[in-house]
Design a protein around this ligand. Structure first.
Ligand code: SF4
Length: 285
């Protein structure tokens, strides 16, 4: 469906919602407010999940614009730009799941427009498709997600990729997210400050969701920080899977370091895996 038709889709959806509403004030509020909700999206595409324990599955990815961190190993600097996600650029949207063709969609995108862009990338079949919220930092778009996810959850499993620090936003969206891929940022790898307290509170906010923790390690990562991260997870639940992900390219750590990191974390946690970025190896988006 052409995204030029998105105004029509909003009207149909609004009629149904308003019909079901018993409170007229609420209905008028929805009529007035809902079409105005929009946000900044960098790209929408279907690809193979390249990180963590869900690696290899087919996902539909929505990459949100804006991040408040600046990790030196960031592989999506364009999406990370604009701390509040306000930088204006067009969204690059794949037109069908079997094609690499993309179209340029003006930002910001409305709820219905983004739903249409995702729906056309679904693979027909028996499995429940997965929608990956990635970025940038998706949780900076909390108000949009709060409105958008209830309808998407009827079709997709919702998988969140996050820096793992926005615990208030996570709490607000907890019931709407099925799987949480939570980063723990190691200062020696990110080049930024320690965020242990934020990570501790965030992990607490993910209770009830399927979850795992991911720590990107580079050539400058020190074992002490991996231990702090592992202990932080073990304080809450030592069965949460802990993924050690080597940074790619010139930042990548030595193989001996990866083995050492896994050895020391396995003394604290039950499930520690070393998983590289597979989409990078396959040269997939
Ligand atoms: S948190 Fe993620 S998107 Fe933000 S700078 Fe770090 S790697 Fe990039």
């Amino acid at each position: 469906m052409s995204i030029l038709g998105h105004t029509e889709v909003i009207s149909v959806d609004l009629c149904r919602r308003c019909f079901e509403a018993t409170d007229l004030v609420f209905a008028f509020g929805v009529l007035y407010y809902w079409p105005m909700i929009s946000t900044m999206i960098d790209e929408v595409f279907a690809s193979v999940q390249g990180e963590g324990p869900w690696v290899g599955q087919r996902h539909v990815f929505v990459r949100f614009i804006g991040c408040d961190l600046r990790c030196v190993y960031c592989d999506t600097p364009d999406a990370a730009k604009g701390a509040s996600g306000t930088e204006v650029k067009n969204c690059s949207a794949q037109v069908s799941p079997g094609s690499f063709e993309r179209e340029s969609v003006p930002n910001p995108l409305s709820l219905a427009c983004l739903s249409n862009l995702c729906a056309r990338l679904r693979i027909p079949g028996l499995s429940r498709p997965v929608l990956s919220l990635t970025g940038g930092e998706p949780l900076l778009h909390r108000a949009f997600l709060k409105e958008w996810l209830p309808s998407e959850r009827k079709t997709f499993r919702i998988y969140l990729e996050t820096s793992g620090i926005h615990y208030a936003e996570m709490r607000a969206l907890a019931g709407l997210i099925d799987v949480v891929s939570m980063d723990i940022k190691l200062p020696s790898a990110t080049g930024g400050r320690a965020l242990w307290n934020e990570h501790r509170k965030f992990l607490l906010a993910t209770e009830g969701a399927e979850r795992f923790v991911k720590a990107v390690v580079s050539g400058s990562t020190v074992p002490e920080e991996i231990l702090v991260a592992a202990r932080l997870v073990a304080e809450q639940d030592r069965t949460v899977p802990f993924i050690i992900q080597p940074a790619s390219g010139p930042l990548s750590p030595k193989v001996e370091s990866l083995i050492l990191f896994q050895d020391i974390t396995l003394e604290i946690l039950e499930d520690v895996r070393v998983i590289p970025q597979v989409h990078t190896m396959l040269q997939l988006p």
